[in-house]
Write a protein that binds this ligand. Sequence first.
Ligand SMILES: Cc1cc2nc3c(=O)[nH]c(=O)nc-3n(C[C@H](O)[C@H](O)[C@H](O)COP(=O)(O)O)c2cc1C
Length: 197
Amino acid sequence: MSEILVLYYSQGGAVRDMAQLIARGVESVKGVKARIRTVPKVSTNCEATEPDVPATGAPYAELKDLQECIGLALGSPTRFGNMAASIKYFLDGTTSLWLKGTLVGKPAAVFTSTGSIHGGQETTLVSMMLPLMHHGMIMVGLPYTEPELSSTTSGGTPYGASHVGGVADDRPITEDERKLCIALGKRLAETALKLAA
Ligand SMILES: Cc1cc2nc3c(=O)[nH]c(=O)nc-3n(C[C@H](O)[C@H](O)[C@H](O)COP(=O)(O)O)c2cc1C
């Protein structure tokens, strides 16, 4: 069974819930399974360490997850219009894979959640694409043939799936956002299967 790595960081749970929907889209494609992984929180306090195994939720990602999977969905909350440090920190540790060209030619998709509607979803999604393109990955976005891209009044962009959580981060994922998460996972899995054939 071919696998797609759904790798995310989430503090409040919004991006975690999106990851579950992306995984649902991935697994709607016959012959593809989603491997869900997260990354530890990093801190400006250098003495702080996280346990080896998270108390709840997805296991922490290892480099072998990137190696073994045929595609990657990468999710992060927006932090000042950019990806969260925890995701960037994990990516900065992938040099050995970059040197070997392990990810060259594999497809990738990105997703994010913001507090506000114009709080930097697109810049965050594009910032997440940059290191993946250095790795030689092929970006998969959302085309306007997905009707929800035009009907949404909250998240959902051609660059990847997104969600507007609200200032209190208490807005549920809307039906349009949900459908676009699933569509992105499905599109990524279909592309990965074709590229791996
Ligand atoms: C340090 C920090 C920076 C943030 N920067 C932004 C931002 O630039 N734009 C925005 O709309 N929301 C911003 N937010 C809000 C989060 O992106 C938003 O709450 C998101 O839905 C959290 O996802 P999560 O529930 O998966 O952790 C920020 C939150 C924190 C803690």
